[in-house]
Design a protein around this ligand. Structure first.
Ligand code: UT7
Length: 333
């Protein structure tokens, strides 16, 4: 039986407050010129205090469900990808379930950082291919702005991040039209955890929260930018090549490459490395910054809604991030 999984609905939501590079100049030691030149970012959205990551996820999910044209009660599983959940526990999957008033279906949270959306897609594909579920809601959402280090120690990372959410409905495609998820490839290398992480709070500490750990800066995300940059530029093309090989495709067959966007220079390096024309790379980081797990579905939604992505197009997704984790997914739209 053909149990290919297919994205049938997509949506995204970003909070209304826009923070430009000039706004950041006012709150930290940086310049618009530096940010544009080093990352290609011009502005990003920040959520207001009191708004949770699950709130952004719910708004994106409502749009994706409407786009899919299904009754929300037909969703039989939720997968949520975020590194900025509303709480230490539980994850946001269950909060999305409750806020959308969905039946008491299962909700799985994946913690795979910038690769989270592709990991979620791989899980959804497997659940659907195995026959376990038919209609899965994936939400990928982040509020990074609540916890950025605007001091000189953290300014390299602080200028990159933005808040936002993307969501998709993945359904079993019973037709034989060839559309759907063709492959997913997932990787990790945990030797590099400290290259990009938020070390604290950690149950290794007694107590978990103390003046000492607060002063250590461990509650802020920390990054060795050059190491991450180099590995991201190499590993995303490797993951894409694995997908091409498995599907007997060449890079010329790819209509759209949607990389996780952490820095526009990385996206351009990935394109150069893969020898894919830059016009085929979907890039919107200038307006959103790095939205971590949400960046791929936000970019994909914009490209679909603007008719840049058309039925039958071959889409290649790839991501790299903390862990390290990296991944690719090939889709026929
Ligand atoms: O999604 C998660 C994955 N994250 C990434 O993939 C990010 C990967 N890394 C990067 O994108 C880049 O490494 C950065 C954009 C973060 C930094 O670019 P860089 O070219 O590696 O710069 P750098 O860290 O080597 O810093 C160069 C200079 C330094 O000054 P000196 O030592 O040359 O005097 C920094 O102190 O730029 C300074 N600097 C800044 N200046 C103004 C660092 N951050 C800033 C800032 N504004 N925000």
């Amino acid at each position: 039986m053909n149990r290919k999984a297919k994205i049938t609905g997509i949506g995204h939501y970003v909070p209304p407050t826009v923070i430009t590079n000039l706004d950041l100049e006012k709150r930290m030691n940086t310049t618009d010129e530096w940010i544009r030149a080093r990352s290609g970012i011009e502005e990003r959205h920040y959520a207001e205090a009191g708004v949770g990551t699950s709130d952004l996820a719910v708004k994106a999910a409502q749009l994706a469900i409407a786009d899919a044209g299904i009754d929300k009660d037909d969703i039989d599983f939720i997968i949520a990808a975020t590194i900025s959940p509303d709480h230490y526990f539980p994850g946001i999957g269950v909060i999305v379930q409750a806020k959308l008033e969905l039946p008491t279906i299962g909700a799985l949270d994946v913690r795979n950082q910038c690769s989270g959306f592709i990991y979620a897609l791989a899980a959804a594909d497997s659940f659907i291919s195995s026959g376990m579920y038919k209609n899965i809601l994936i939400v990928a959402a982040e509020i990074q702005s609540a916890n950025l280090d605007y001091s000189d120690d953290g300014r390299d990372l602080a200028v990159l991040f933005g808040d936002g959410a993307g969501a998709v409905v993945v359904e079993r495609n019973d037709s034989n039209d060839g559309s759907g998820i063709l492959s997913t490839h997932l990787y990790s290398d945990g030797r590099y955890v400290p290259m990009l992480w938020m070390e604290k709070p950690s149950p290794k500490d007694r107590p978990i929260f103390s003046e000492e750990t607060l002063k250590s800066g461990g509650f802020f995300p920390q990054m060795q930018g050059k190491h991450v940059f180099k590995n991201a530029s190499e590993k995303m093309p490797e993951a894409v090549r694995a997908a091409l090989e498995q599907n007997n495709l060449t890079i010329e067959d790819v209509d759209h490459l949607i990389p996780h966007q952490a820095n526009d220079r990385i996206s351009l390096m990935v394109a150069h490395n893969l020898k894919i024309p830059v016009e085929k790379v979907i890039r919107n980081i200038a307006r959103f910054g790095n939205t971590t797990a949400a960046s791929i579905p936000i970019a994909m939604d914009e490209a679909i809604k603007s008719n840049r992505i058309k039925k039958g197009d071959l889409i290649m997704l790839t991501a790299f991030g903390s862990g390290y984790t990296w991944a690719s997914a090939a889709l026929r739209y």
